[in-house]
Write a protein that binds this ligand. Structure first.
Ligand code: AHG
Ligand code: MN
Ligand code: MN
Length: 367
């Protein structure tokens, strides 16, 4: 009798262990758990992250359907960067704006697709404590070829007390970020974010529409063997970058060089692969684009925050990206990000071979 009871007890314990072992942690559970680490948190950031995740799921659905329905192609309008907007850029932009406006925690946003700050005019949103800078669809030139694309976001506490969010609320250096993250719409869809206490990745289970913790405490390796740069721009690169690329391509058994080159052309996808596998991403200033191509507020800063929280670095070749004081909403910055040692090596080449670029941008092609 006693033995039977003992067996039943053990069986019960075993099944409990199974449940515990296989218990899925959802993004919502995780964010709420983390909220308790901030004694004064009242759940506003939790709700804001939730709104972003919900918008991401809807955008994800639309991206998946893009091959089926006729929503590919350009809308015909051009954004303020002079680039032709794709339909999905517009859709994603509208969706994130709608969710953030309705959520009530965010008073204003800066988006790649809008020239000016969008301040939400309603009684609830005007009380929102946060502002968001967002690239609603990153790598949009890849949509037609079914290559991974993403969304990048950055969250700041507003500077103004109350009322309409202002430009000044958004022109904050990256060190002030409260949270940042990206969504990658790839072979699976993932949301990766940080609130300054490490980086965690969640994979969307499309059958139930829930982001599940799949990549806890993501870390860059100390160094890596991948480099990602658009080498088609080689002739326009500063000497420091040219020499650094040659260094990466040299044969050296100790450092396992030459390294391998991988470039998708979607910042989110290139960065995400490098975070998982160990590699450096570079979009330097060129003669054509002296400050590079990527935008400080909604591309460089959020990626830099994640890189640093994952133990890596993000630099413009000389300075920490997150310490740059933004002057305009859509300003660009050179970006070098990845494992700490790799970024430091690239900085060393910039200091040694392109020292003037620290304070004066490269002359443009016309000069
Ligand atoms: P977006 O689609 O938001 O304009 O961003 C595209 C960016 C970025 O995702 C990528 O790293 C870079 O453009 C690629 O630029 P090149 O085509 O010049 O390499
Ligand atoms: Mn982008
Ligand atoms: Mn974009």
């Amino acid at each position: 009798m006693l033995k039977r009871k003992k067996n039943a007890y053990l069986q019960h314990q075993n099944s409990n262990a199974m449940v515990t072992r296989y218990k899925i942690k959802t993004l919502t559970e995780f964010v709420i758990e983390r909220q308790s680490e901030y004694p004064h948190a009242k759940g506003a950031l939790t709700r804001l992250l939730n709104d972003i995740a919900t918008a991401a799921k809807i955008v994800n659905r639309e991206i998946n359907a893009a091959g089926l329905v006729d929503i590919l192609g350009t809308v015909g309008s051009t954004n303020i960067q002079g680039e032709t907007q794709k339909k999905l850029d517009v859709y994603a932009n509208d969706m994130f704006i709608t969710m953030l406006k309705g959520g009530g925690e965010c008073c204003a946003i800066a988006s790649e697709e809008n020239e000016k700050v969008i301040s939400f005019q309603n009684n609830i949103a005007e009380l929102g404590k946060y502002v968001v800078a967002i690239d609603p669809l990153d790598g949009s030139s890849n949509i037609e070829s079914n290559v991974s694309i993403g969304t990048i976001f950055s969250i700041y506490r507003r500077k103004s007390e109350i009322g309409l969010g202002t430009l000044e609320d958004l022109l904050q250096p990256g060190v002030n970020q409260v949270a940042a993250g990206y969504i990658i719409y790839g072979s699976s869809t993932m949301l990766v974010y940080t609130t300054g206490k490490g980086v965690n990745g969640f994979t969307l289970d499309p059958s139930v529409g829930i982001f599940c913790l799949s990549h806890p405490d993501m870390k860059f390796t100390e160094t890596g063997n991948i480099y990602s740069i658009n080498e088609g721009n080689y002739v326009y690169f500063p000497e420091g970058i040219k020499k650094y690329i040659k260094y990466l391509q040299e044969e050296d058994k100790c450092t396992l060089r030459p390294y391998t080159s991988r470039y998708i052309g979607s910042l989110v996808a290139d960065f995400h692969r490098n975070l998982i596998k160990g590699g450096i991403f570079l979009y330097p200033g060129t003669r054509k684009n002296p400050s590079g191509k990527l935008r400080l507020l909604y591309e460089c800063n959020p990626i830099a925050f994640i890189a640093e929280q994952a133990g890596g670095k993000a630099s413009d070749g000389f300075n920490r990206i997150m310490e740059i004081q933004p002057k305009t909403l859509h300003q660009r910055a050179p970006l070098i990000t990845g494992p700490r040692k790799m970024v430091e090596k690239a900085e060393e080449y910039m200091r040694n071979f392109s020292p003037k670029m620290e304070h004066s941008p490269m002359p443009t092609e016309e000069e």
